[in-house]
Structures are given as structure tokens and as C-alpha cells.
Ligand binder design. Sequence first.
Ligand code: ZN
Length: 179
Amino acid sequence: MVLRVAPEIMAKLKILEFPDPRLRKKAVPVESVNDELRTLIGDMFETMYDAPGIGLAATQVDVHKRLLVADVSPDKSEPHALINPVIVEKDGVTVTDEGCLSVPGYYEEVERAEQIRVRFLDRDGEEREMEATGLLAVCIQHEMDHLEGKLFVDYLSEAKRQRIRKKLEKERRHTAVVM
Ligand code: ZN
């Protein structure tokens, strides 16, 4: 049996794009892990998988709370939702060609810790800690930057960032007149 999902249950959220000033807002801590927040988490996973991306911060969907979702598995089998994440340990250095759903089409090398230990609340509001290495560690650091209003292009030179900004603005003007 197949159930048809009503379109209103599928809440794909709009992703803000650089240089939207709302991407620069600093997120505030989540005070209560409730059903409303769990709905938002579900919508963020759906938006991320649909994009497709491997991580999404609440900031990117214009919700300025300290919340991120990530899944670096190839088959959507390892979803992580981190509420009020704090990195308590980091180790090593790794360089990754990063992209971002808020900076579509651009990939640049960014240096980050190779391994992290992160403390957070899970969907039930329970405090947890997890160790992440490799791509998951990079992804969590990238998404945590969003919560601070920071983007991966901030690691690049001013000239490079301006070039990306101008190109994206130009592309957006073009798509605005497509009918
Ligand atoms: Zn991003």
C-alpha cells in the first residue's frame, strides 16, 4: 500500500543565498526542544536532502536558532540533528573542497579541524556528545559557522569573495526574467 503524502505535509523551506544579510545574523540558543522544533528539524532534513546537500543550518532557512542537520552518508542513512552544538575538543587539520547551499555553484578549499568532539541536545532534549572525523567533522564545523553568521567564502580573499558575490547577483537577475 502506498500513502499519498499531502503537499502541505511536505514543507520544503527556502534557502537564503549569499550575499543575503540574513545569513549574517548570529543564532540564539534553543530554549525548549518541543514539537515545533522537531517539525522544523524534519523540514530541514527534507530541504537538505532535496537540495541535495549534506548539511544545513537553521540560519540558512531564516530561523536564527542554534540548530543544524547533517547527513554525509551516500544513502541518507545517518541523519544527525544537533541542537545548541558546542565543540569541546578539536584535533588535526584537514583541507576540503567545500561548497554551500547558500553559495550555489562554488567550491573552494577550506582548512578545518580533522576531528572534533561536539556536545549538543538531541531531538528529545537530551544532552549528548559525539565524536566526528573526516567529512562529518568538516560539515558540522561548516554548519556551526552559519550559526555565527559566517560563510565559507569568508575564508577566501576579499577579491575572490567579491567575484563570487557579483556572479551570483548577476545570475539571480537573469533567472528573475525567465518565464
Ligand atoms: Zn553552508
